[in-house]
Design a protein around this ligand. Structure first.
Ligand code: 2AM
Length: 511
């Protein structure tokens, strides 16, 4: 039998691959399952992920040379095809057209939508996978609905790696689009447990982007909680970085098992080129891109006490006043001569429990905000599905989110996580530790905005009677704002507190 050299076989293989590739590029038949516009790293990785799952993707970018670069490099040898123009791209798509935008949030999204609309037919689908503001998504959804086009705003979380190998996807918008997207989205999403995808339909209009925003806010909270635990270990227990790394590694085998705890252990262990720990050399001034801030603003806007995320955002703001803090540290003193004399192992366990309880509060608050937004906008949100979407693929992924999913499975109408039997018991079990940590930290002068606000929230939430009776009396005293009696809620009355204020009350309002 005639033998072919290895080189010859490779050359024939390459020729066949090239012919297939070129046929894919030149065929004018509608052949692509979906198009993606925006070839920055996230876009490229999402395309390669879809390709891996058997979908034919057509790539396009404002700067068309990037399409060629992508096809000749990262996408070489795949089934990905490119387009020279939006018209060319649409002509290559199967019906209904499915087009993902992964471009800079804001005007770029509107510009592309305006250019796409004349090229599309009723029933075609545009998906915005960028970091758009949820109100923009709602606006786009409504305006495209009038043109019989289906618009979807999808949160995409997990960074570059997530996009490539399994992100958390949070799609919302025009629900008629979902049957056409479900297969692709759930195939490429991260999987947990027995293969459940971290992607499901979130709800109408901007619900997907709202849920993504709350996810980011919760991420701020989780990070701040870990930072406070680190601060206590470092300055109350005077632990070194390797010791702290070991503790976080241990914690990652408990209820706190999560991506952020895992990377914290790695960061604490990490050595600089000179063999010393890198972490203490990093300037303690936190940056932010604004998604945590937007969650806090929404919380204020819809009157929901999402205090922990708010504190986490403010903690970053305070940290960024580095120069001012350096000045202040020279003149403002803290408690003097207070040394920790307790049991170190016990206190470490107390910190772990304080972190766990505070985390429960943070998620309870985040889900309260989702409920309030659902009420405000008439969205019907599936809270269990949202917990599952965050369970894998994204930065806040954790075992804990599986427990939240179970709580909503037990009761889909659950008003607050704190009213679920598992979580109320968990907080109860942590309570003594949590209070010890907060009081010790306060006595030692350690700032713990998220631990303390979580505990205050818990104490406020569990009180049948708060001092707001006095607040109402004060408002009525100085402004005749009226108040209700416990015995007759719903009826607002005014009292002439001073004997000379008259009987006229101000019009009742709630700001
Ligand atoms: P570019 O490669 O042509 O700059 C991330 O920045 C992605 O958003 C890139 O694909 C980028 O395209 C695109 N992008 C940013 N601003 C844009 C704009 N104003 N119009 C269209 N695309 C834009």
């Amino acid at each position: 039998m005639r033998k072919f050299s290895r080189d010859r076989i490779t050359a024939v293989k390459t020729l066949i691959e090239t012919l297939i590739f070129e046929r894919n590029q030149t065929s004018t038949m509608a052949q692509a399952d979906i198009a993606l516009i925006g070839l920055a790293v996230m876009g490229q990785n999402l395309i390669l992920n879809m390709n891996d799952h058997g979908f034919v993707v057509c790539a396009f970018n404002r700067t068309v040379s990037k399409v060629h670069d992508f096809l000749n490099n990262e996408a070489k040898g795949t089934k990905v095809i490119g387009a020279e123009s939006l018209k060319d791209m649409v002509s290559k798509l199967k019906k209904p057209c499915r087009i993902i935008l992964l471009v800079k949030a804001g005007q770029a999204v509107d510009d592309f939508i305006d250019k796409l609309v004349p090229l599309l037919e009723p029933g075609d689908i545009i998906i915005d996978g960028g970091n758009s503001e949820y109100r923009d998504t709602t606006r786009r959804c409504k305006s495209l609905k009038e043109k019989n086009l289906l618009f979807v705003g999808s949160g995409v979380s997990g960074g570059e790696d997530g996009a490539r190998y399994g992100p958390s996807l949070m799609p919302g918008g025009h629900k008629d689009a979902w049957p056409h997207l479900k297969d692709i989205f759930q195939s490429i999403a991260a999987k947990v447990g027995t293969g459940e995808p971290c992607c499901d339909w979130v709800g109408d209009e901007g619900a997907g982007h709202f849920v993504k925003m709350v996810h980011n806010g919760i991420e701020y909270g989780d990070m701040q909680l870990i930072c406070e635990a680190y601060h206590l270990m470092k300055d109350v227990l005077c632990m070194n970085h390797d010791e702290m790394a070991q503790v976080f590694e241990q914690w990652n085998k408990t209820e706190l098992d999560s991506f952020l705890i895992e990377i914290t252990a790695n960061i604490l262990k990490f050595k600089d080129a000179d063999g010393t720990n890198l972490l203490p050399k990093i300037r303690d001034s936190a940056g932010q891109k604004g998604t945590g801030k937007w969650t806090a603003i929404s919380a204020l806007e819809y009157g929901t006490p999402v205090t922990l995320i708010g504190e986490a955002v403010f903690a970053r703001c305070l940290s960024s006043l580095k120069d001012e803090r350096v000045q202040a540290s020279k003149s403002l003193s803290g408690p003097q001569g207070v040394k920790f004399t307790g049991n170190k192992a016990q206190f470490l366990e107390d910190i772990r429990k304080a972190l766990y309880a505070s985390k429960i509060i943070s998620y309870a608050q985040g889900f309260m905000l989702l409920r309030q937004a659902a009420l405000e906008f008439g969205w019907s949100l599936n809270y269990g599905a949202i917990a599952l979407m965050w369970r894998g693929g994204c930065i806040i992924r954790s075992v804990f989110l599986g427990k939240i999913k179970e709580a909503f499975d037990r009761n889909p109408e659950l008003q607050s996580l704190l009213l679920d039997s598992f979580f109320s018991k968990a907080v109860q079990d942590c309570q003594d530790s949590w209070r010890r940590v907060v009081s010790t930290g306060v006595q030692q002068g350690i700032p713990m905005p998220s631990f303390t606000t979580a505990l205050s929230f818990y104490d406020g939430y569990r009180h049948e009677m708060l001092p707001a009776n006095l607040l109402q009396a004060q408002r009525d005293y100085f402004g005749a704002h009226t108040y209700e009696l416990l015995s007759n809620p719903g009826t607002f009355i005014h009292t002439n507190w001073t004997g000379h204020g008259g009987k006229v009350s101000s019009s009742s309002y709630n700001a």
